[in-house]
Design a protein around this ligand. Structure first.
Ligand code: PGA
Length: 255
């Protein structure tokens, strides 16, 4: 079953870049360039401190603002953390959960990814759930096992209805920020696996309606080929999302 109605989602992951003033400048530069390219949903996942400025800058446009992490408790003694309801009240609609940099540098595990995912969904946020294998895992031939474990653990207790607000981002760790993109066939292979796993867990309808993004050195020159693949419904874009022209080229490629 192939659902051609699935909308593409192009999301920028700014990581720890841009002050609020710089965020406003970049968004103001980007908006006129992407005007008229309505073939995909566009999200900018900005640092917490940029949310206020970014939400103001995109007001009245179809660009949505996302955060890059969320804590799993509703409130409490978690110094330095931000809850889902805090994000919602600031105008945030999406949140990246389980990014490999969070897993690598900040002790994120499949279990905490699951807790964050459930907490974000409960608050009404859309979750961009990141999964992906490391280079040594790919070389050992265990990519599929890693994907199965990360996906199913992250989605424990997530209902069929809540899946409407879940986007899966397949990001092979070895391709993130390295300039080494997965080939379009490698990316398509894993995205197709993810879709079949979603079908096993939630049935065909959910699996066909869920957007699956590729992320990892997606840029102006490789986006069109990746986005043309049947099971790749968008991109999570780091480096290239910090330049208005590069991000615009990817938005255009998604038309
Ligand atoms: P990159 O980052 O596009 O710079 O490789 C992607 C990501 O980390 O989401």
């Amino acid at each position: 079953m192939n659902n051609t109605n699935r909308r593409k989602v192009i999301a920028g992951n700014w990581k720890m870049n841009k002050t609020p003033a710089e965020a406003t400048l970049l968004i103001n530069e980007l908006l006129p360039k992407i005007e008229g390219f309505n073939g995909s949903d566009i999200v900018l996942c900005v640092p917490f401190t940029d949310i206020h400025a970014a939400v103001a800058a995109v007001a009245g446009t179809r660009v949505k603002i996302g955060a890059q992490n969320v804590h799993f408790a509703e409130n409490g003694a978690y110094t330095g953390e931000i809850s889902a309801s805090m994000l919602c009240e600031c105008g945030v609609e999406y949140v990246v959960v389980g990014h490999s940099e969070r897993r690598q540098y900040f002790g994120e595990t499949d279990v905490t990814v699951n807790l964050r995912t459930k907490s974000a969904l409960k608050a009404g946020l859309r979750v961009i759930l990141c999964i992906g294998e490391k280079l040594e895992e790919r070389e050992r031939g265990i990519t599929d096992e890693i994907i199965i474990m990360q996906l199913y653990t992250a989605l424990l207790g997530v209902t069929k209805t809540e899946m409407k607000n879940v986007i899966i981002a397949y990001e092979p760790v070895w391709a993130i920020g390295t300039g080494k993109t997965a080939t379009s066939d490698q990316a398509e292979g894993v995205c197709a696996l993810i879709r079949s796993l979603l079908s096993d867990k939630y049935g065909d309808e959910v699996s066909q309606n869920t957007a699956i993004q590729y992320g990892g050195s997606m840029n102006a020159s490789n986006a069109a080929e990746l986005l043309a693949k049947e099971n790749i419904d968008g991109g999570l874009i780091g480096g290239a999302s910090l330049k208005a022209n590069d991000f615009t080229a990817i938005v255009k490629a998604a038309q």
